[in-house]
Design a protein around this ligand. Structure first.
Ligand code: NAD
Length: 261
């Protein structure tokens, strides 16, 4: 990661800061000397994240599914001190086949993983454009945004869609000095991945073993281990900051080799 001197005056917004990867992003920014506004629908956990780090960090509640609230919070954070980068890390997942997914369940996932990303792109870019300020957006996609998986149609659709949003948004913003990129983690050692292991194991019947399923997630493709939240955060922070100034419209895989081999 770039030294903290290259970050002078940088202010970041981390959305989904109460989650495993959002927490790691908040920590990585703070360690680089960046002031962070930590946002999540779970305010208590976002505030706890901000409070444990050295620096003058803030936390606010935000439900990314509410476009009015997103615009209001973006204005509020901008007025309180502006921001230079925005990391979008909210996400939700479930395991079920297309034939079995109730529409409401599909929509609930899409509203966080994809609709929320659109609301944040729109809500948070408007103050930057109005002020003619450059900046950077980083969206958490997934290796599930690069290749389909049985049982993950809604999640994959949301993460593929997010990469399309990122590429289009990036293309629109090149003249404004605002960069837009995605990070595509592989299997990250997190409670979310534990949930997926439980659901995949349950779908195989009574013999399904969640621990063995979790262990198998470390050996996808050429990968021989899980990725850590800190490794994903380092990629997000690099894409958010000055060291990646020439990079926009890209998707950076952080998958320990899961999509090769
Ligand atoms: N964990 C993995 O293995 C993995 C792999 C690839 C991609 N990802 C993606 O990375 C991102 C972060 O994953 P994680 O493991 O940290 O997940 P997590 O469940 O730990 O964190 C997600 C956070 O999003 C917040 N959130 C959910 N709905 C929200 C809403 N409507 N408004 C605001 N906040 C909301 C939750 O409160 C939570 O703090 C997700 O987009 C996920 O899909 C995770």
């Amino acid at each position: 990661m770039a030294g903290s001197d290259t970050w002078a005056g940088h202010r970041a917004v981390v959305i989904g800061a109460a989650g495993a990867i959002g927490h790691a992003c908040t920590r990585a920014f703070a360690e680089a000397g960046v002031t962070v506004t930590a946002l999540d629908k779970d305010l208590d956990s976002a505030a706890a994240t901000a409070a444990t780090l050295s620096g003058d960090h803030a936390a606010l509640a935000l439900d990314v599914c509410d476009p009015v609230a997103v615009a209001k919070v973006a204005e509020e954070v901008w007025r309180a001190g502006t921001y230079d980068s925005v990391v979008y890390a909210p996400g939700t997942v479930f395991t079920a086949n297309v034939a079995d997914i109730p529409w409401a369940r599909y929509r609930a996932l899409m509203s966080v993983n994809l609709d929320g990303a659109f609301h944040v792109a729109q809500g948070f870019v408007r103050p930057m454009l109005a002020a003619h300020r450059p900046g950077s957006f980083v969206f958490l996609s997934s290796m599930a945004g690069l290749r389909g998986e049985a049982g993950a149609s809604a999640y994959c659709a949301s993460k593929f869609g997010l990469i399309g949003l990122v590429q289009s948004f990036a293309a629109e913003m090149t003249g404004s000095g605002i960069r837009v990129n995605a990070v595509a983690p592989g299997n990250v050692d997190t409670p979310m991945l534990r949930q997926v292991a439980r659901e995949v194991a349950a779908s195989t019947g009574p013999s399904g073993d969640p621990d063995a399923t979790y262990a198998s997630f470390a050996r996808v493709g050429a990968a021989r281990r899980l990725v850590t939240p800190a490794e994903v955060a380092d990629a997000c922070v690099w894409l958010a900051g000055p060291a990646s100034a020439g990079v926009t419209g890209t998707t950076l895989r952080v998958d320990a080799g899961a999509l090769v081999g």
